[in-house]
Design a protein around this ligand. Sequence first.
Ligand SMILES: NC(=O)c1ccc[n+]([C@@H]2O[C@H](COP(=O)([O-])OP(=O)(O)OC[C@H]3O[C@@H](n4cnc5c(N)ncnc54)[C@H](O)[C@@H]3O)[C@@H](O)[C@H]2O)c1
Length: 432
Amino acid sequence: MPVDSNQKVSVIGLGYIGLPTAALIARGGAQVVGVDVSAHVVETVNSGRVHIEEVDLDGLVQGVVSRGNLRASLEVEPSDVFIIAVPTPVAEDRAPDISYILKAARTVAPALKAGDVVILESTSPVGTTEAMRDLFTQLRPDLKMPMQNGAAGDIAIAYCPERVLPGRILVELIDNDRCIGGITPRCARKALAFYRQFVRGQCITTTARAAEMVKLVENSFRDVNIAFANELSVIAERMDIDVWEVIRLANRHPRVNILQPGPGVGGHCIAVDPWFIVHGDPENARLIRTAREVNDGKTDYVVARASDLIDEFPGETVACLGLAFKPNIDDFRESPAVKVAARLARRYGRRIRLVEPYAQALPMEFAGTGAELMDLDTALEQCGVFVILVDHDMFKSVPVDERADKAVYDTRGIWSDQPRRISAAPAGRIAV
Ligand SMILES: NC(=O)c1ccc[n+]([C@@H]2O[C@H](COP(=O)([O-])OP(=O)(O)OC[C@H]3O[C@@H](n4cnc5c(N)ncnc54)[C@H](O)[C@@H]3O)[C@@H](O)[C@H]2O)c1
């Protein structure tokens, strides 16, 4: 979709969000400068290559760089629109770290002029866009800033969260609906006019604070619902009931839709963003905090139950199936499967084999443990104990006769026809 070619757009932070965004806007025809603090990133992009894996991104970046619509720089330059997409991690104490945003805003401030639009896209705790405005107020007293009471400013400041799925980023950046929050309604309208140039999804305006909360709420909703499934899985296991069957049957209720349990929650959004809400209102965010604790606790529970099974078969080699944070992808960051398998590897060393068709080498968490990568067929030949951590399609397709003699702890419910080898006395027995 065409973007005003007279418009100069700067994208600050050229990561998984910033680089695809910059490249798409450049493809629309705008002059785009991608700014990053990493010289490696800047050099890579300027040579028309990419430093991150994302479907179709390499060809797109090569095209827009060679046509001169996208270039990268270490320095922020005067522009008409600034998009900030830098990291927002949580600190050790679970407090959101907005220092990257404030640092980026400090570099943008000197380049600002009347008429500019600044849009924050980083996932942010509520109030961050206002904090960025306050920083601009300090650094640029010559410019009038927009105020919550509706007072117009010389520049427009807005918040627009990203909800793209890795692997589909270039499609979803265009097709997903957007929620655009302005410090004032006028700021929202200015940002809306910008996004409408390249977004096909609906763009809906609101306040910056509401838009910040929308993003956090989306991921907290997922986290809370997964926590429900994870809690059920522990209770059902103790009661000797197949949780996947229970969920399947309960979901036949027309208004029930329970998600699937697993070894915890991974990725860099769902397991992180709820803490931004908890930190914002610790007294009232009780369910959201508990959900985080339930999901993290599920990982500990899986390690304990898998260890019980491994201890029952001291002579057997153990295959952990899967390391990715969800099925059929090669992303191992913040993966509960990595956490479980690495803890088992530290405890059982050479007895542990990791089966991960999407890994060329083991993540650093396994350094020095003695655990090794192994392909699925060899694991089926050589290992007696299986701990299933990821529901990759390749694992689902193993027929029961190839695994009938294995002792299995299945956290994903993909081998539900597995003959049972252990049975503890179930909880929930009613005395008569
Ligand atoms: N990756 C996703 O799927 C996803 C989805 C939705 C939201 N988000 C959010 O988007 C934001 C960015 O995430 P990401 O995955 O693109 O991060 P990333 O780590 O892939 O990239 C961030 C980039 O910003 C650069 N950077 C850091 N400080 C800078 C500064 N002061 N100036 C210029 N560049 C700077 C880093 O060098 C890096 O290249 C985060 O808040 C994240 O939570 C990410």
